[in-house]
Ligand binder design. Structure first.
Ligand code: GLN
Length: 486
C-alpha cells in the first residue's frame, strides 16, 4: 500500500493510532515528489525544512493527545497565490518572482493552526488568469493522467499535486472555475465555497467580488474536513461572512432520499463532448437510484455568463493589478529613467500576455463613456443570473451539471485562441457570479482514460447539502478510488 495515495481521513486515523508519524509521512511525500515532479511539475517552491519542522511539532501534538484535528500532521500543498510568511509567493508571475510576504494569509494561518504540514507552493496560471496553467510565467504543469495534456487551471498545480500523490490535499482559488475545472481534469474533488465563507485576507486578488479559496482533495469527506479548517469569519476581510461554521462532516452519510436535484437544460448543450455528456447523465441516474428526485429547471440567463464574467473580472483585475508598479512590490525595471518610464517598463517586463490582455480589456470597460455600456450593464446582467439561481432553488435543493464541456485538452491546443480557452469555463462561471457554492467530483472517464467531473451547485452557505449529495454519489461509485499510473 502506497501511503501517498491515501486520503486525509485515512492518514489521520493512522497518525492517531501511531501507525505512522507525521515526520515519516512527510518524508514519504517528499520522496514521492522527487520521483514524480520531473514528469508533472506542480511545485514552484518546496519547503522541505519547514515541513519537517511542522511535522515534528505535529508529532508532539499527536503524542500529547491534545488539540488534535483531522489535519494534524497531514501534508498538503498551497497554491502560490496565498501569502506565506517568509516563503516566496509568486502568483506564477515575473512581477512577484522574488516576493516574500511578511505575513500568512488567513487560510494558511488556519491550516497551520489545525496542524497541517505545508510541503510547498504550487503552480498556477499567472494571477489565476487561465484554464490550463499554461499562463504560468515559470513553467507548465502536466496532467498526471496523460502528460501530453493540461491539468486545467488556474489551480493546475493544486489539482495535479493531489492527483499525483505528492500531497494529501491542496488549497486553490476559484474566480470563474479555477478549483472545479482543474479538479475535473485531474480526477479529484474540488470545492468552491460560498463567496465570503473563506477569508480572502492574504489571498492575492484577481477579481475581488468573485475570488474564493477552497480545497482540493481525494474524496468528499476530506473536502468537508478541509472546509472546516478554512472557513469562518475573519475581521480582516470585509466581505467575510459572520455566520457559524457547521460541522460539515455531520452532513455526510445522510443519503439523498427526497433530495431535489435540479437539471438545468442550458447546461446540456451542443458541442459538449459525448463521453462527458454520457458520464454526467449516468451520474444523474445514480443519484436517482439513491433516492433523489430529478427536476428539470431553467437558468435562462446562462448564455450571458461568459460575457458578463469577462467584463466584471477584467475590470476588477485591472484595478487590483494597478498596485504592481515597481514601487512597492517585486520587480522594478529602469531605476534611472523618469517615474512614468519606470512604471511602464516594469509592467511591460513583469506581466505576461494574458495578464496584459485582461488589464487592457478591464481598463477599457471601466473608462469614461464605456462604463455604463459595459461594466454597469454587465453588473446588471449579473443580478439577473443571481435571480435565475434564486428562482431555481425554490424548486430544488442542489443543481447538477457537467463541470466542463470537455475532459483535459492537449497542451498548446487552446493557447493561441483566448476565446476557446474562455469557453472551457462556460459551466463554472455562473456560480461565481451568483456567489453560491459548487463542487466538482469524479464521475467517470473518457474513452481515452481522462477523468470527467460532475458539478453540484448549492444555495448560499449550504455547502452541507452540496457535500451530502456529493458524498452519496461518491459512495455509490468508485471513480474517486482510481489513481493515475505514473
Ligand atoms: N479560467 C477563468 C479565467 O481565466 C477562471 C479563472 C479562475 O477561476 N481564477 O478567468
Amino acid at each position: 500500500m502506497d501511503i501517498t495515495s491515501l486520503t486525509i481521513h485515512e492518514l489521520s486515523e493512522r497518525l492517531k493510532k501511531k501507525e505512522l508519524s507525521s515526520v515519516g509521512l512527510t518524508k514519504e511525500f517528499l520522496a514521492r515528489m522527487e520521483s514524480v515532479e520531473p514528469k508533472i511539475h506542480s511545485f514552484i517552491t518546496v519547503t522541505a525544512n519547514d515541513a519537517l519542522e511542522a511535522a515534528r511539532h505535529a508529532d508532539k501534538r499527536l503524542a500529547g493527545g491534545k488539540d488534535i484535528t483531522p489535519l494534524t500532521g497531514v501534508p498538503i500543498s498551497v497554491k502560490d497565490i496565498f501569502c506565506t510568511k517568509g516563503v516566496k509567493t509568486t502568483c506564477a508571475s515575473k512581477i512577484l518572482a522574488d516576493f516574500v510576504p511578511p505575513y500568512d494569509s488567513t487560510v494558511v494561518r488556519r491550516l497551520k493552526d489545525a496542524g497541517a504540514v505545508i510541503l510547498g507552493k504550487v503552480n498556477m496560471d499567472e494571477f489565476a488568469m487561465g484554464s490550463s496553467t499554461e499562463n504560468s510565467a515559470l513553467f507548465k504543469t502536466l496532467n498526471p493522467w496523460d502528460t501530453s495534456r493540461v491539468p486545467g487551471g488556474s489551480s493546475g498545480g493544486s489539482a495535479a499535486s493531489v492527483a499525483a500523490g505528492e500531497c494529501a490535499a491542496s488549497v486553490g482559488t476559484d474566480t470563474g472555475g479555477s478549483i472545479r475545472q482543474p479538479a475535473s481534469c485531474c480526477g479529484v474533488v474540488g470545492l468552491k465555497p460560498t463567496y465570503g465563507r473563506v477569508s480572502r485576507y492574504g489571498m492575492i486578488a484577481f477579481a475581488s467580488s468573485l475570488d474564493q479559496g477552497g480545497p482540493f482533495t481525494k474524496d468528499v469527506r476530506d473536502s468537508a474536513i478541509m472546509l472546516n479548517a478554512m472557513a469562518g469569519h475573519d475581521p480582516r476581510d470585509s466581505t467575510s461572512i459572520d455566520a457559524p461554521v457547521p460541522d460539515y462532516a455531520s452532513f455526510l452519510g445522510k443519503g439523498v432520499k427526497g433530495l431535489k436535484v435540479g437539471i438545468p437544460k442550458e447546461y446540456f448543450i451542443e458541442g459538449m463532448d459525448k463521453d462527458v455528456e454520457a458520464a454526467v447523465r449516468g451520474a444523474l441516474e445514480v443519484l436517482k437510484k439513491e433516492g433523489a428526485e430529478l427536476v428539470p429547471i431553467t437558468l435562462p440567463h446562462t448564455e450571458y455568463a461568459v460575457a458578463v464574467y469577462y467584463l466584471v473580472a477584467t475590470a476588477e483585475a485591472s484595478s487590483n493589478l494597478a498596485r504592481y508598479d515597481g514601487v512597492k512590490y517585486g520587480l522594478r525595471v529602469n531605476e534611472t529613467g523618469s517615474l512614468m518610464d519606470m512604471y511602464k517598463r516594469t509592467r511591460d517586463a513583469g506581466f505576461g500576455g494574458e495578464v496584459k490582455r485582461r488589464i487592457m480589456l478591464g481598463t477599457y470597460s471601466l473608462s469614461a463613456g464605456y462604463y455604463d455600456a459595459y461594466y454597469k450593464k454587465a453588473s446588471q446582467v449579473r443580478t439577473l443570473i443571481k435571480n435565475d439561481f434564486d428562482s431555481a432553488f425554490r424548486k430544488c435543493d442542489v443543481i447538477a451539471t457537467p463541470t466542463a464541456p470537455t475532459a483535459a485538452f492537449k497542451l498548446g491546443e487552446k493557447v493561441a485562441d483566448p476565446l476557446t480557452m474562455y469557453l472551457s469555463d462556460i459551466f463554472t462561471i455562473s456560480c461565481n457570479l451568483a456567489g453560491i457554492p459548487g463542487i466538482s467530483i469524479p464521475c467517470g472517464f473518457t474513452k481515452d482514460g481522462l477523468p470527467i467531473g460532475l458539478q453540484l451547485l448549492g444555495k448560499d452557505l449550504d455547502e452541507g447539502t452540496v457535500l451530502k449529495a456529493a458524498y452519496s454519489y461518491e459512495q455509490a461509485t468508485d471513480w474517486h478510488k482510481q489513481r493515475p499510473r505514473l
